[in-house]
Design a protein around this ligand. Structure first.
Ligand SMILES: Nc1nc2c(c(=O)[nH]1)N[C@H]1C(S)=C(S)[C@@H](COP(=O)(O)OP(=O)(O)OC[C@H]3O[C@@H](n4cnc5c(N)ncnc54)[C@H](O)[C@@H]3O)O[C@H]1N2
Ligand code: MOO
Length: 436
């Protein structure tokens, strides 16, 4: 038998990750682009304190403690002014003694040091939308001051998030509150997804011998879930010149449309030109067939760093890696389950590394809720469904596409395991969005 010596999944992960480096760090405006899911590339440092100024934590009355009896007995004081959020108030300090009507979030007037909530005063409550006119109020000393002091939440110069943190809604909020307008994050990776196969036709096609190109839809969705922007090229026929043209186009080396369908009636290119991508993922054409176009192009010498591999795993054995005009290229097999498994194990960490993520995708150990058999001499990567008792194969045959709508994880069973029994511990990698 010819062909490369099979390698392990871990060895192919290492080979794949060696192709990619974290993308450059750019400042992404908090309000323009969507930074959620991007990875912080430099420590995020607060520009301003939070709160920015002393302000009231309650609707009520700002008081000067010196005006209130030490023993907590009630005292009646004049209402000197109104302090509302967004309206700094000063010049009441000279009028002594007295209180300032204050709403939650309003700056505490100079000289005042505490707030008494309205429900603890003779006023009882304020009515929303109705002007308040009381001229005096009776109140007592409180145990708590109900003032949010400047900088007690965040101090200027404090690190809000370390490099390597994934941006979530909370970081966006903290950064905006602390005076920042942008976050320093690794640029979002751009991934081109294309399928090879002359048998691939448009959705719903019933032409004899054709099948819908389901892989490019699936791989594009997986790449998006991994946090990438996607250029989905779709299907390219099994012809070396078609594939090289498509690859040149996605890396931005040439500017011609791939299909006639991309020209409108006047002959103009009807889709915008794709700028260069950071990663190419192709499906199909990597096994041993006469029309395996990826293998043909890889053998032609046009690509660099060609690494045609057999991974001792089921499914997903035939794999290839290369760079095309300097852009990393991960070639996964065409069988749909093999393509999904290969993306999850190899392309997903590569997208993660481009995006600045450290470490492997999440994995956990779960019990098997049913028994299943394993392939000989290969690691098994099985789509599974997670239930209260553990994981169960998502379909009778792990190669079946019918497993994919149900599967929420991939179970990875070591080579040499004869079978998994109920209650055995298995390693699972969750499918689904990787970033928050
Ligand atoms: N002689 C050998 N034959 C095969 C071997 C081998 O080692 N020696 N490996 C087998 C294994 S394992 C796999 S996996 C497949 C991988 O084949 P390719 O990557 O070359 O993929 P294709 O031949 O292009 O397609 C395989 C299968 O998947 C369907 N397909 C392809 N693309 C799509 C798509 N975009 N959407 C939906 N379905 C797709 C295609 O029609 C084929 O049925 O090779 C075995 N053969
Ligand atoms: O390695 Mo293939 O992906 O088993 O069907």
């Amino acid at each position: 038998m010819t062909g490369p010596t099979p390698r392990t999944i871990a060895e192919h992960v290492t080979a794949t990750l060696a192709l990619v480096r974290p993308l450059e760090v750019i400042d992404v405006p908090l309000d323009a682009a969507d930074p959620i899911g991007l990875v912080v590339g430099r420590d995020v440092v607060a520009a301003a304190p939070v709160p920015a100024f002393d302000n009231s934590a309650m609707d009520g009355y700002a008081v000067r403690s010196a005006d209130l009896p030490d023993d907590g007995t009630d005292v009646t004081l004049p209402v000197l002014a109104d302090a509302r959020p967004g309206h700094p108030l000063d010049a009441v300090g000279a009028q002594h003694p007295g209180v300032v009507r204050i709403m939650t979030g309003a700056p505490l007037p100079d000289g005042f040091d505490a707030v008494v909530p309205v429900e603890r005063t003779s006023t009882g409550r304020f009515v929303a939308g109705r002007p308040t006119t009381e001229r005096t109020v009776t109140l007592g000393r409180q145990r708590r001051d109900h003032v949010r002091r400047a900088g007690t939440d965040i101090t200027a110069g404090e690190v809000l998030a370390d490099s390597g943190t994934t941006v979530g809604p909370g970081l966006v909020a903290a950064a905006a509150a602390a005076g920042l307008t942008a976050l320093p994050v690794h640029r979002r990776p751009r991934v081109a997804v294309l399928s090879t196969g002359t048998e691939l036709a448009g959705l719903g096609s019933t032409a004899p011998g054709t099948i819908p190109d389901s892989n490019s839809l699936m791989l594009a969705a997986l790449a998006r879930q991994a946090g990438a922007d996607v250029v989905r090229v779709g299907a390219v026929p099994d012809a070396a010149d078609s594939l090289t043209t498509a690859l040149d186009r996605v890396v931005g080396a040439i500017s011609v449309p791939i299909h006639a369908a991309e020209r409108d009636d006047s002959g103009q290119v009807s889709r915008p030109q794709h700028p260069g991508v950071d990663l190419i993922v192709t499906s199909g054409g990597v096994s041993a067939g006469a029309s395996d176009v990826v293998r043909e192009v890889l053998a032609s010498g046009a690509a660099d760093g060609v690494d045609v591999a057999a991974v001792a795993m089921r499914p997903g054995r035939p794999q290839a890696l290369a760079t095309w005009r300097g852009v990393p290229w991960i070639a996964v097999p065409g069988n749909p389950v093999s393509a999904l498994v290969s993306f999850a194990l190899f392309a997903r960490p590569a997208v993660g590394r481009l995006a600045g993520r450290d470490g492997p995708p999440p994995a956990s150990t779960v019990r098997a809720a049913s028994a299943w058999s394993c392939p000989p001499h290969a690691e098994q990567v099985l789509p599974v469904v997670t239930g209260p008792d553990g994981v169960t194969p998502a379909a009778r045959d792990g190669h079946h596409l019918s497993a994919l709508p149900r599967a929420d994880a991939l179970a990875v069973v070591p080579a040499g395991t004869l079978g998994v029994a109920v209650g055995d511990e298995v390693t699972v990698h969750p499918l689904g969005a990787w970033c928050p």
